[in-house]
Design a protein around this ligand. Structure first.
Ligand code: CA
Ligand code: CA
Ligand code: CA
Length: 109
């Protein structure tokens, strides 16, 4: 995202005025409503852990909550074969009932 740097104002950045201020910024985090992944939550860094374009600040779940709410339905290896929690595969995929997939990488001891 580019931020208008001031000076000439022939072509202000979309959604910004000539001063680099948002035309609309409900939560005052300097990310314009049109670009803000949480228009009503102050989150200047636009964190979005699961990349669904809804920011963490308003995604309705924190990481901890998410893990508590979800139910683990399968553990597979990288090729989609079922494995176990203590499997020896280096990378395991934890598949949850809401479609969430968590990748766990086993550290070598
Ligand atoms: Ca904003
Ligand atoms: Ca925001
Ligand atoms: Ca999100």
């Amino acid at each position: 995202m580019k931020i208008w740097g001031g000076g000439l104002c022939d072509y202000p950045e979309e959604f910004y005025d000539c001063n680099g201020d948002c035309l609309l910024d409900t939560d005052l985090d300097n990310v314009c409503d049109e670009l803000d992944n949480c228009p009503e939550n102050y989150n200047p860094f636009q964190e979005d852990f699961d990349f669904d374009d809804v920011g963490d600040a308003c995604d309705g779940l924190s990481l901890n909550e998410a893990q508590q709410k979800r139910k683990l339905i399968r553990i597979t290896d990288i090729l989609g074969r079922d494995t176990q929690e203590d499997g020896k595969e280096k990378i395991r995929l934890y598949i949850y009932d809401d479609g969430w997939v968590e990748r766990k990488i086993k550290l070598l001891k």
